[in-house]
Design a protein around this ligand. Structure first.
Ligand code: SF4
Ligand code: SF4
Length: 183
């Protein structure tokens, strides 16, 4: 019995050591540039850039596959930060993507909601509370404003409500002109 126990412990130890070693040796190093770009993106995972989330879009920018002006929730400030990071020219939103939008949260008209749960299934950040055949409601503090829940709602009772501007969220509304140094 003791022998069996010792053998089992030795095997477990060996396997543990092998796993630890392979975890170190076979570790896939992330692309630091992708991580830096992803850190600038708003993490709404909304797909408005045409990619299935912020990280895939960051990878596409890093590989040169995608331009820096495809993220509406990030707005012009996001484009400016990406341009600074990559050392490229600022590029306004193009025709192929929707322009910047005011920061918004979803709102459910609870009198109309039929409790089908389709919005819950669409929400990438679990910002909707509700149960089957029960009223659903938005947890505004969790909502990123990605709008992914709006389209699936069969009774169109979800609307996007712009958040009131605060000193923290206030942004300069007018174009920014870079002044050329006087020679
Ligand atoms: S509630 Fe709607 S808008 Fe808000 S994060 Fe979820 S899916 Fe996006
Ligand atoms: S998709 Fe619309 S009707 Fe269905 S639970 Fe959500 S809010 Fe209610």
């Amino acid at each position: 019995m003791l022998t069996a126990l010792l053998v089992m412990s030795a095997i477990a130890l060996a396997l543990g050591a092998a796993l630890g070693y392979s975890a170190i040796r076979l570790k896939v190093e992330g692309n630091p540039l992708v991580d830096k770009i992803d850190a600038i993106l708003p993490q709404t995972q909304c797909g408005q850039c045409g990619y299935p989330g912020c990280k895939p879009y960051a990878a596409a920018i890093a590989s040169g596959e995608a331009d820096i002006n495809r993220c509406p929730p990030g707005g012009e400030e996001g484009i400016r930060k990406l341009a600074d990071l990559l050392g490229v020219e600022f590029k306004p939103f193009g025709n192929e993507t929707a322009g910047p939008k005011p920061k918004s949260v979803a709102f459910i008209d609870e009198n109309v909601c039929i409790g089908c749960t389709l919005c819950i299934q669409a929400c990438p950040v679990d910002a909707i509370a509700g149960a089957a055949k029960q009223m659903h409601t938005i947890i505004a503090s969790e909502c990123t404003g990605c709008e992914l829940c709006v389209a699936p709602c069969p009774v169109n009772c979800i609307s996007m409500v712009p958040l009131p501007q605060t000193p923290q969220t206030w942004k300069w509304q007018y174009p920014v002109y870079t002044l050329a140094p006087v020679k």
